[in-house]
Design a protein around this ligand. Structure first.
Ligand code: TMP
Length: 396
């Protein structure tokens, strides 16, 4: 049923930035094979052999959702919108990170589930937080303690959980009769259209489409009734899900989204095989461009130590011989080294100086925000390099 269509090679955990590159640290680096497959029955696209979540979501988890202005305002906006539309009495978030979504509600009405202890610690002071992995056992425990939940929100988390059966069974268990599950995850259609193969990394066990979500949740007594297309994370979908017998009507835009994905042939293996060929070319083009620029004595850095760039660097063979350093605004990434390729990460204040000729857009999904911020770099002739939707150097 599962057909492998893409091999992104030996990869480290995208989130495992190294404190130093001494012998010990390098020996302890975890690698796995990043192969992607397509299920010809339910259309689900997933990593062939997912990494054990206990190795990924530890008390050292680096990503803070509220670091970016784009994300802060996106979460505030959706919180307001969902509250107005569904008027939930009780709200739960699965994968609440640093509370960027839940802090927009009355703290007595919310429950947070966040397995990364360093993050859970941050929100425990603000509202009830469970530092646990989401599963059926936790759902049953919370149901007893809190009763049914009217709105379950989960952004960029469900696609991270290998065991979808436990996930959706747990959700069904605790969701009220007309309750709504809202999940946000990167859009498979966008990945194919943008050749953004870097959406595949260890944490993205699945890259969902509306046709695959529609198929999977049915097995657990749930159904899709609406969808919104978002620009976050380079193109995501917000799926609105309810119980099979819930009162919510299937929207026109959901019907359109499903039709659109089918017209793009997201239900056919051939589309993925073609994508795989484009990804291969993208790798060659990016490597050749950077090699050529380096030969011409250009200084190339990378902008944003993203998880996505872990996939790109390791797949394309971009290391510290080609990329001088990476800049990133996140304090706990600064001073560390990129996973697998061991490129030093420094602050943009230090790194974005007059000596830089080219900056690879690791955080290409924040292109607008970054171009605005770095207008002086562009003005003095600096260029950004991107691989999305194809490999090119950008001067505006
Ligand atoms: P994400 O794509 O996984 O959310 O990560 C974005 C990373 O990019 C995060 O580490 C912060 C970094 N970043 C910058 O360094 N500068 C910026 O201007 C933006 C928007 C992000």
């Amino acid at each position: 049923m599962n057909k492998v269509f893409l091999n992104l090679g030996r990869q480290p955990l995208a989130n495992s930035f190294l404190k130093n590159v001494g012998k010990n640290a390098l020996q302890n680096e975890i690698f796995y094979n990043l192969k992607i497959c397509f299920n010809i029955k339910n259309y689900l696209v997933s990593i062939v052999k997912p990494v054990n979540p206990k190795k990924q979501y530890t008390d050292k988890y680096a990503h803070r959702a509220s670091e970016s202005r784009t994300m802060r305002s996106a979460f505030k906006k959706v919180a307001k919108k969902l509250f107005k539309r569904f008027k939930p009495k009780k709200i739960m978030e699965i994968g609440s990170n640093d509370g960027v979504f839940l802090k927009n509600f009355d703290k007595k009405s919310v429950v947070a589930v966040e397995p990364c202890k360093n993050l859970a610690r941050l929100t425990k002071k603000l509202f009830e937080t469970y530092a646990e992995f989401w599963n059926l056992k936790l759902a049953k425990k919370l149901l007893k303690k809190k009763g049914e939940i009217d709105l379950i929100f989960s952004a960029n988390t469900i696609s991270h959980i290998p065991n979808l059966k436990e996930t959706f069974k747990g959700i069904y268990n605790i969701l009220s009769r007309d309750g709504v599950l809202v999940i946000e995850d990167p859009s498979l259609l966008k990945v194919l259209q943008n050749n953004s193969y870097d959406q595949f990394y260890d944490e993205h066990v699945y890259v969902f489409s509306s046709i695959s979500v529609n198929n999977i949740i049915q097995e657990y007594g749930l159904r899709l009734f609406d969808i919104e297309h978002l620009s976050t994370h380079g193109g995501s979908n917000r799926y609105f899900i309810c119980k099979k017998n819930g009162k919510h009507k299937k929207s026109l835009r959901l019907k359109k989204a499903i039709k659109n994905e089918k017209s793009y042939k997201l239900h056919k293996i051939q589309s993925y095989l073609k994508f795989s060929k484009r990804v291969n070319s993208s790798r060659k083009n990016l490597f050749n461009l950077i090699k050529r620029l380096k030969k011409n004595n250009k200084k190339i850095i990378s902008y944003g130590a993203t998880y996505k760039s872990t996939t790109v660097f390791n797949y394309c063979g971009l290391n510290s011989k080609l990329i001088d350093y990476v800049t990133d605004t996140t304090l706990n990434k600064q001073g560390k080294y990129t996973p697998g390729t061991h490129i030093k990460i420094i602050s943009p204040e230090l790194g974005m100086n007059n000596t830089v000729d080219y900056a690879f857009l690791g955080a290409w999904n924040f292109k607008k925000e970054i171009f605005k911020k770095e207008k002086n770099f562009l003005k003095r002739g600096g260029k950004f390099i991107t691989h999305v939707p194809k490999v090119m150097a950008l001067s505006k």
